[in-house]
Design a protein around this ligand. Structure first.
Ligand code: GTP
Ligand code: MG
Length: 200
């Protein structure tokens, strides 16, 4: 898949204010600082399309990017950032939950996991919630450049074993780095194939 154009459209405070045109849509979700916004920039090859930050809690709204005038990438706020106030956490949680439940053209959710971390309870719980609500998702491991190839393999095997404690089948997964662009083609091919399925 070749990215010809990538445009920022709108920053919405809830799903009702998202773009009306029902194009295939892919949303990025995961803990604060996991690399959602960076991955959007890496995939599109536009280094400043989505706003990134070394400080967690940067993205606080639902951000739509129109790609090749044909499909959307969506940058969502992160979950599990300890310093966010309780009220704000509930508010962000509700925004995300409603968006995931009611956005009809949502094709697939990308759940981002920092490859350096052990499986975390709220990530596993979130994937279970997606499963219960029949929302399709795949896993994207981020920041692979921070580990050696051998450490990556070990981390993936460990994560898979944890998932298999609750899941009968593993979801598809991708190993990526926004620094080295590892995984770019694989993720874009997945999106291309899903777009084709949808248009059939
Ligand atoms: P929130 O919007 O706060 O939820 O964070 P986010 O998930 O959008 O993370 P963001 O893309 O802003 O990245 C957080 C930090 O991680 C930044 O300092 C990035 O430069 C860094 N980062 C993101 N992806 C990678 C990666 O693949 N490799 C390395 N080494 N650093 C990364
Ligand atoms: Mg962000």
């Amino acid at each position: 898949m070749i990215i010809k154009t990538a445009k920022f459209l709108i920053s919405a405070s809830d799903y009702k204010k998202c773009p009306k045109n029902p194009l295939p849509e892919y949303a990025f979700i995961g803990r604060s600082n996991v690399g959602k916004s960076s991955l959007i920039n890496m995939l599109t090859n536009y280094s400043h399309l989505a706003k990134t930050s070394g400080k967690p809690g940067k993205t606080q709204t639902i951000n739509h990017f129109l790609i090749n005038d044909a499909w959307y990438l969506v940058d969502l706020p992160g979950y599990g950032y300890a310093k966010t106030s309780k009220t704000k956490k509930v508010e962000l949680g509700n925004i995300i939950e409603e968006y995931l439940m009611y956005r009809e053209n949502l094709s697939c959710v990308f759940v981002l996991i920092d490859i350096r971390h052990e499986a975390l309870y709220n990530d596993l719980q979130f994937m279970e919630w997606l499963g219960e609500n029949e929302i399709p998702f795949v896993i994207i491991f981020t920041k692979a450049d921070k580990l050696s190839q051998n450490q990556v393999n070990i981390a993936i095997e460990k994560y898979k074993a944890t998932l298999l404690e609750t899941w009968e089948e593993l979801p598809p997964y991708f190993i990526t780095s926004s620094e080295t662009k590892q995984g770019r083609e694989a993720v874009l091919d997945f999106i291309g194939k899903t777009n084709e399925e949808i248009s059939k």
